[in-house]
Design a protein around this ligand. Structure first.
Ligand code: ACM
Length: 540
């Protein structure tokens, strides 16, 4: 074969693969059904964004802002229940009660009209996300390929992302950027880890020392835990109640429910440093400076339960969602075992050991949450020796606890450490930023199945969905949070939204879309990790 012929074949394959990619539409999560049609929708000098019901006004405003920010496209927004739709090039947002799933949407792009339809504003918002991804990823920003996405809906109700703002504190501005990012991929829960040993981050009016003392530490561990090295740079910060309200409103506009976590009874050293009466021995301690698990634990005393009740009274005024996360993970029980108060309590309550005491403690907190009309969520430890809870569990140490809980008719969110911990390395440790450990490349996230075949059909409904966790011991900056979370959260979004179908679409299809999708992330100013490309090159 001549060099010319080889070159010809190579060009042919390049064109074909580019065409195949363009047919893939760089959408994440991929819709259940998508059909490309003939023709293009061309944006006019000023395209109209019309909404048929005033309930969709916020969505119309969001779409207009997105088209401007991502594509520099100017639009004007009108309510067509008041005016008629007479502009030639228009985008119509409309409600249609015939959809069975309230989160489902359809998107039709024709030559002069784009329609986004759903039974709810939330579903319309998801259709807008697909539309914005398509608009931002077209090579010619002024024209979009005609297509239809028919009745796209999520596999799971719980599509969560978490962020630890205790180990490192992130500004209100960044928390909003993170919420906007997760909403882009149709996540609907933001699990906000607000308290831990190394910092209490939420203003509580009745207990001002929580933020006067608990929000600040004198230094921070540097390097790996085994090295035991520390800096002595004072570090801290917290969200005022005004900040919280602002973030909650921002999340509501993006159909994201915030689940605040107050981690108890372990991971509570910052609270105990502020109010030593919360511990069994009353000893004065400082806010934590090292990572790992601390021995300090809240005492199951009347003072502690009154504190939690007061705390929840304020928290429930700030967070309008259905849930409060009450923690429950990694509790060292030595202080309880050495406490005369706990020994007496255990005899009185017929508790055989400290694990039963933890179940007693968690159930009391759950009752306080319920008193304020909130459902409790806890890490999977809360199920240990506990038959008396209605809490939803987050299965993090693996999937076994979640599968067992579903068998016992408990609501479960799967967040197993081997698939959903985005603080783990995603590539070669030698060339990646310092991380806590582990190895969870994006392929592994994509291979995750929140509801394995071993779960009995009757129990599957208890698995509400899944969540990605972003612990920040080693993530000091917003850029590092974005680098570790993205694009692994894109893979998780597809697992949870597209669900079982992702097995049919496959990782290669996902990856080809992700390659193209990088432009969208750049336009959103997300400092994503290119490691998935490096891993791929290393295989060749
Ligand atoms: C956890 O990772 N300790 C829930």
């Amino acid at each position: 074969m001549s060099t010319k012929q080889i070159l010809g074949i190579w060009i042919f394959f390049c064109v074909i693969s580019k065409l195949a990619l363009s047919q893939n539409h760089a959408l994440i999560p991929y819709p259940r059904q998508i059909a490309t049609k003939q023709g293009y929708f061309k944006f006019a000098q000023q395209t109209t964004v019309a909404y048929s019901d005033k309930k969709l006004k916020k969505e119309a405003t969001y779409l207009a802002a997105g088209l401007m920010n991502l594509c520099k496209l100017k639009t004007n927004t009108i309510c067509v229940s008041k005016h008629s739709l007479n502009s030639k090039q228009s985008i119509l947002l409309t409600l249609d009660p015939t959809f069975q799933n309230p989160e489902a949407y359809s998107l039709y792009i024709t030559t002069n009209l784009i329609t986004v339809k759903s039974a709810t504003a939330k579903g319309v918002f998801y259709g807008i996300q697909s539309l914005l991804q398509l608009a931002a990823n077209t090579s010619d920003v002024n024209s979009m390929n005609c297509l239809s996405i028919e009745n796209d809906f999520p596999q799971y109700k719980w599509r969560g992302m978490h962020l630890d703002c205790s180990r490192h504190f992130f500004s209100t501005e960044f928390v909003k950027k993170y919420i906007d990012l997760i909403a882009t991929y149709k996540f609907n829960y933001f699990h906000w880890h607000l308290t831990d040993d190394q910092g209490w981050r939420i203003e509580i009016k009745k207990y001002p020392k929580l933020t006067q003392i608990g929000a600040f530490r004198t230094g921070t561990m540097k390097g790996h835990y085994t090295e035991q090295q520390f800096d002595s740079i004072p570090y801290g910060g917290f969200y005022t109640q005004a900040d919280i309200r602002d973030i909650v409103t921002y999340a509501q506009q993006r159909h994201v429910e915030i689940v605040p976590e107050i981690d108890m009874p372990g991971h509570a050293k910052a609270a105990i440093a502020s109010y030593p009466q919360l511990s069994c021995n009353g000893e004065k301690v400082a806010v934590g400076t090292k990572w790992g698990i601390e021995k300090e634990v809240l005492c199951p005393s009347p003072f502690t339960f009154q504190f939690i009740d007061d705390l929840f009274a304020e928290l429930t005024q700030l967070f309008p969602g259905e849930y409060i996360h009450i923690g429950g993970d990694e509790v060292l029980k030595e202080q309880w075992e050495n406490s005369e108060f706990c020994k007496t309590l255990m005899r009185k309550e017929n508790l055989n050991d400290a694990t039963e005491l933890q179940a007693f403690f968690m159930n009391k907190i759950e009752q306080i949450a319920n008193k304020y009309h909130k459902k409790a969520i806890g890490w999977d430890e809360i199920m240990e020796k506990n038959t008396n809870t209605n809490a939803t569990i987050m299965s993090w140490r693996g999937m076994e606890a979640g599968i067992e809980a579903a068998k016992n008719k408990h609501a479960v969110i799967m967040t197993p450490i081997d698939y959903c911990y985005f603080d783990h390395y995603q590539g070669n440790e030698a060339t990646e930023p310092l991380a806590i450990g582990g190895y969870t490349p994006i392929e592994q996230v994509y291979a995750f199945n929140p509801c394995p075949d071993s779960v009995a059909i009757a129990d599957r409904k208890y698995i509400l969905g899944a969540q990605g966790n972003v612990w920040t011991e080693y993530l000091k900056t917003p850029e590092l949070v974005e680098y570790m979370s993205t694009p692994r959260l894109c893979a998780l979004a597809e697992v949870i939204w597209t669900g079982n179908q992702n097995k049919q679409i496959g990782f290669e299809h996902f990856k080809s879309r992700l390659v193209k999708h990088q432009d969208f992330l750049k336009k959103k100013n997300i400092h994503f990790s290119p490691t998935f490309l490096i891993n791929e090159a290393a295989k060749k």
